[in-house]
Design a binder for this molecule. Structure first.
Ligand code: CDP
Ligand code: CDP
Length: 226
């Protein structure tokens, strides 16, 4: 098999992007972080004072915005109209509002179109919420990654500490719950496990264990299909 398309979906802080990046490296294919695209649009909308409930205005804004995911040895950079916004899109202000932006049907349609155009001939590892169900419905491997909300909040809390800032565990837990709730209950392309996805519970697994598990699933699939 020449190409390998891998879809990884799941709730916030399940470990998708960390694991997806490593899987892509091991398989020498690109990694696409679709959440970063919704975050970038949210950041831009806040900058431009666009009401986040205004679907028409947001769609217009997106259509006039150039969004690039640039692969670099330091990781993936998010470039918006030529500016590196990789850091700016990770603030709490963006995190706590991105699910409102991601609810809109016409915003999602434009995002899905752009995401599908990013697939390379050698393949892709793409993570998000609707990859297995809408963006790459024919993906070779679909993973639905989950972990308990307690563990996910702990992980984000630890991550914040490592980055040098204090955060409140209960607040993180409540924010994660709120975002999962909006993502899972929206009308357009909600967060659900694709019928043919394999569920991987990472609650008590290390990053390496999850990576190994996914690589094993990929190898098994390649072996079966010759
Ligand atoms: O990394 P984290 O789990 O915090 O979130 P993310 O992957 O950066 O995604 C941020 C938000 O974008 C999600 O909570 C969703 O509201 C939205 N999103 C989406 O709707 N569909 C995707 N394919 C990816 C992200
Ligand atoms: O992309 P997503 O929001 O699903 O999660 P992430 O940003 O990849 O992972 C959230 C945090 O959990 C990161 O700090 C990872 O290093 C950590 N993590 C972990 O401790 N154990 C795992 N099995 C996976 C991720």
């Amino acid at each position: 098999m020449n190409t390998m398309t891998i879809a990884i979906d799941g709730p916030a802080a399940a470990g998708k992007s960390t694991v997806a990046k490593k899987v892509a490296e091991k398989l020498s294919i690109i990694y696409v972080d679709t959440g970063a695209m919704y975050r970038a649009l949210t950041w831009k909308a806040i900058q431009e004072n666009v009401t986040l409930e205004d679907e028409t205005a947001l769609t217009e804004l997106l259509k006039n915005t150039e969004l690039k995911l640039v692969q670099s040895p330091m990781g993936q950079k998010v470039v918006l109209n030529g500016d590196d916004v990789s850091e700016a899109i990770r603030t709490n202000e963006v995190t706590n509002q991105v699910s409102i932006v991601a609810k809109h049907k016409s915003v999602r349609e434009e995002m899905v179109k752009r995401q599908q155009e990013l697939v390379e001939e050698q393949g892709v590892v793409m993570d998000g919420r609707d990859i297995g169900t809408h963006v790459l419905p024919n993906a070779d491997v679909k993973i639905f990654m989950i972990a308990s909300v307690e563990e996910r909040a702990e992980r984000r809390h630890k991550e914040n500490k490592q980055k040098g800032y204090e955060s409140n565990l209960e607040e993180i837990k409540s924010d994660i719950r709120k975002r999962d709730e909006i993502d899972s209950n929206r009308k357009t392309a909600p967060l659900v496990k694709a019928e043919d996805a394999i569920e991987v519970d990472t609650t008590s697994l290390s990053i390496e264990e999850v990576v190994d598990k996914i690589i094993a699933i990929v190898k098994e699939k390649q072996h079966r299909e010759g």
